[in-house]
Write a protein that binds this ligand. Sequence first.
Ligand code: CP3
Length: 340
Amino acid sequence: MELLQNDLLLRAARGEKTERVPVWMMRQAGRILAEYRAVREKAGSFIQLATTPELAAEVTIQPVDLLGVDAAIIFSDILVVPEAMGLPYEMEEKRGPVFPKVVKSMADIDQLRIADPEADLGYVLNAIRIVKKELNGRVPLIGFAGAPFTIFCYMTEGKGSKTFSVAKKALYADPEFSHKLLQKITDSTILYLKAQIAAGANLVQIFDSWAGILSPTQYREYSLPYIKQICDAITEVPVTVFAKGAFFARKEIGELSCEVVGLDWNMDIEESRQLIPTKTLQGNLDPCVLYSSFNQIEKEVRKMLDAFGNQRYIANLGHGVYPDTDPDKVRCFINAVKSY
Ligand code: CP3
């Protein structure tokens, strides 16, 4: 067994007693730190950075050193899975990710492969191995993947969207196509997460960023069953499910074989505790609170911690930190949790 100097996150995830609340931030690696932008500059592009294990490892560890978070999250992206299946992406400045080719037909699905983690995603696994060595047990490392439905959105739509109406149309028009693609993504994701764990990830988080665009009925048919397969398959380390916007599915998510449920800021804390009585909760400060004054941030953090309580809880934002957030405001958030 690995000995960690700071295992607050893992103890909280497993429902064990913690002397203080652990804290980290979604999207902490990258975006907000000048030190990140310097490394990204050196790499030349986001994809270059993400596929160069030494540099990916460096920006993974930056928030631990510079912000004092209680966990590192491996620097990568959820879109490396479609790429490993045979559907490459580009990262356009300002516009975000774009897939030059999208999946439209059964024949397109047959063209895709189930990702082989060592062969197709070895650069992520190598980055994890370097991070583990360099962290030397200081804090746990979080691995991650997109939920199959969120990955399905990008593979069918080809780019970001407010509505993902192309992806949703496929669900209504062609359930057979949709289930077939979702299953292929799920099979790839399970192998990938298991490989991340074998390489050293101490906990894995599933990001269902677009859960909130589905109706409860569609969520039950097209997202939950695939997240369930992943949760059932991952028995090695704790699993966190973060389904942004899926307030309507909290009870069912709470019944999955995961250890932690992530909440966004629209989800009432007391109500969530009642709906998910047996799991650790993570979240859920509005990222926009970090635009307010130091005093206001401390006040909002105290309010949040009063509501969650200090056990079976991991402090975080309700979604990723916004790129234009002042790092000193981030430090204020982290220190306010630590000194609660
Ligand atoms: O959390 C971390 O710090 C680890 C790294 C991480 C990235 N992306 C790096 C990244 C993680 C966990 C992700 C997850 C991710 N990627 C999600 C799920 C989480 C969420 O925010 O909902 C989604 C939907 C994506 C897809 C994606 N990648 C988009 C839409 C974009 C463009 C806009 C944006 O969010 O910045 C990316 C690019 C991306 N992924 C960047 C980073 C640091 C910015 C690119 C750059 O630095 O040039």
